[in-house]
Ligand binder design. Structure first.
Ligand code: MG
Length: 294
């Protein structure tokens, strides 16, 4: 099942909708479930009782008449994981931009967890702000993102997928100069607009999270191509690690890390600039495409 946050009509009020991307049609959830007027997080909270009612009714509406919004606005920062593919860990280590590693270390012993401010979220099709004057080293990171359904603390690996509601695509856009200069990564990861997310959320039943191919193009050139089967720390490990002392809540977002092929992996590095277009695709989950603005 595909669930989107859309806006349409005068006032552009946003709403959640059941989506059929192949047919380009949508059905507002409020039309399918009497009395429901919530956002994506509220839909996730009420999922067990609402899901059986989410059947397309009638022809729905054409997606061309609506605007895709960022699919979810979590109530706190997105959790992110650094250096979670071997080849990317190597390219980052060799790039000279990694101020986090211990001497001689390439692959981390434990997951590297940081957060990205939720104010960074933008939708498919929105422009990524260039932030000229703040950064001269803007970089892309295609990522597979997990949306938490049922919350919990102390979740064990074996139970982790019972807590996953869905998946989407993220671009963990990064200001490399700030990431390096300030050592802690938060600032370089959290400039306004640096997290394209979407285009929608695909529910967990429709995706194999252990075998999802992720590809990223910049201006039509394939830069990243990998598979979630190659994650160093898999999704159950990340959920167990995070939830050990932090209660995960419905609607929490986890970015699982980027594969090899980011801009700093090239010599010389290939940073983003105004007009560049980053396109990320995961089979069965749609395409997230954003141009860099001024
Ligand atoms: Mg990342």
């Amino acid at each position: 099942m595909q669930i989107a946050t859309l806006s349409s009509g005068q006032g552009q009020r946003s709403f959640v909708a059941l989506l059929d991307s192949d047919r380009g049609r949508y059905w507002p959830i409020t039309d399918l479930v009497d009395g429901f007027d919530g956002d994506m997080v509220e839909l996730i909270r009420a999922w067990e009782s609402l899901a059986p009612q989410l059947q397309p009714r009638g022809e729905g509406y054409p997606l061309t008449d609506a605007r895709l919004e960022a699919p979810i606005h979590p109530h706190r920062n997105m959790f992110c994981v650094g250096k979670n593919y071997y080849e990317h860990a190597t390219e980052f280590s060799n790039s000279g931009f990694d101020s986090s590693a211990q001497a001689g270390e390439v692959v981390p012993e434990h997951p590297i967890v940081f957060t990205k401010a939720y104010s960074t979220l933008i939708a498919d099709g929105d422009e990524i702000p260039r932030h000229a004057g703040v950064t001269s080293q803007l970089d892309y990171e295609a990522e597979f993102a997990v949306i938490i359904g049922k919350g919990g603390r102390g979740i064990k690996k074996a139970d982790a997928f019972q807590h996953v509601w869905g998946y989407t695509i993220a671009n963990d856009v990064t200001a490399r100069d700030l990431q390096k200069k300030h050592r802690q990564w938060h600032l370089g990861k959290s400039l306004d607009g640096l997290c394209p997310l979407g285009p929608w959320i695909t529910t967990a039943d429709a995706i194999d999270p252990g075998n999802a191919t992720i590809r990223c193009w910049v201006n039509g050139e394939l830069r990243q191509e990998s598979n979630t089967g190659l994650l160093i720390f898999d999704i159950p490990t990340l959920i167990e690690t995070l939830s050990a002392g932090i209660e995960l809540k419905p609607g929490d977002v986890i970015l699982t890390g980027t594969p090899v092929g980011v801009g700093i992996g090239f010599d010389p590095p290939r940073f983003l600039d105004t007009g560049d277009v980053v396109r990320i695709e995961v089979d069965g989950m749609g395409v997230l495409e954003n141009a860099v603005g001024k």
